[in-house]
Design a protein around this ligand. Structure first.
Ligand SMILES: C[S@@+](CC[C@H](N)C(=O)[O-])C[C@H]1O[C@@H](n2cnc3c(N)ncnc32)[C@H](O)[C@@H]1O
Length: 263
């Protein structure tokens, strides 16, 4: 199955997508009382932005993703960082019942889903996961900021105008990061039997160079929409021309961590 995160897009994702600040890992650890006896699942793990740094805090991490190129880079990142307690599994949210049969009931302390729930059937998934959590374990739905072209800044608005014109489409999807989506997910957690549903926000500002900004855009374009390698310099130059004449672009990042626990 390919979803658009293959080939060069996976490489751009690994190189340019923001990781998560340590406070996000602290929040996850505190929410579920994670410790070195625990097994956690990172569903839609991508190139390991959450799975890899989580590994040092628990006994074992299972990273699941349907995109082989993302998994390959996650494994590479783990190996490069000396992480040896992560297992990488090709699969999707629809494989959770089968995975439950493998790991057994009450085996997981947490399932974290970072920037990926909008690809999944979340109502079913939340219900299917409940028997797999140990007491006090549960789900964390993490959103890592707002897409680069939907932010409240002059450079972001310029970027959006350029991309909409280039691709001939309106760019409105917030990929699960918008407040309405977060509310929907919170309600679904409650309806599936999770308790103590709450959102914790971790906010910070960071600066991006124009190359980082362009790399971030490439990491979000579906593989079949990415300009051919020979056309990328011209595409990048057109983005540069569309932006205000600054050397650095300030991004305000709001990481939202929505958690719900099983009693
Ligand atoms: C935007 S990336 C997020 C990667 C990482 N979790 C992060 O926080 O940066 C979304 C990932 O979800 C994966 N994905 C898409 N559909 C999925 C599904 N149905 N089940 C599990 N993962 C899925 C994609 O292959 C991709 O690697």
């Amino acid at each position: 199955m390919t979803l658009g995160f293959s080939g060069d897009v996976a490489q751009y994702y690994a190189k340019f997508r923001r990781g998560y600040p340590p406070q996000v890992l602290d929040t996850l650890q505190a929410a579920f009382g994670l410790g070195t006896g625990d097994v956690v699942l990172d569903l839609g793990c991508g190139t390991g932005q959450l799975a890899v740094p989580l590994a040092s805090r628990v006994r074992s991490v299972i990273g699941v993703d349907p995109e082989p190129d993302m998994l390959r880079l996650a494994r590479q990142s783990a190996t490069g960082q000396g992480v040896h307690n992560a297992t990488w599994v090709l699969g999707a949210d629809t494989d959770i019942p089968a995975m439950g049969a493998l790991v057994g009931q009450r085996a997981l302390a947490m399932t974290v889903i970072g920037q990926a729930l909008h690809w999944m059937r979340h109502d079913e998934l939340f219900r299917e996961l409940t028997p797999l959590f140990r007491a006090g374990g549960g789900i964390a739905v993490v959103a890592n900021g707002t897409p680069l072209w939907l932010q409240d800044s002059a450079w972001s608005r310029s970027l959006r105008r350029f991309l909409e014109e280039h691709f001939g489409t309106r760019l409105e999807a917030t990929c699960g990061t918008g407040s309405r989506d977060r509310l929907r997910y919170a309600q679904a957690l409650g309806e599936a039997g999770y308790e103590d549903v709450r959102e914790t926000a971790i906010e910070y500002s960071d600066e991006l160079s124009v190359d980082e900004l362009i790399g971030g855009v490439y990491s979000a374009i579906p593989a079949d929409g990415l300009p051919a390698p020979a056309d990328r310099p011209a595409f990048a130059e057109a983005i540069r021309q569309s932006l205000p004449p600054e050397l650095r672009f300030t991004e305000h990042v709001r990481v939202s961590v929505l958690t719900g626990r099983i009693a």
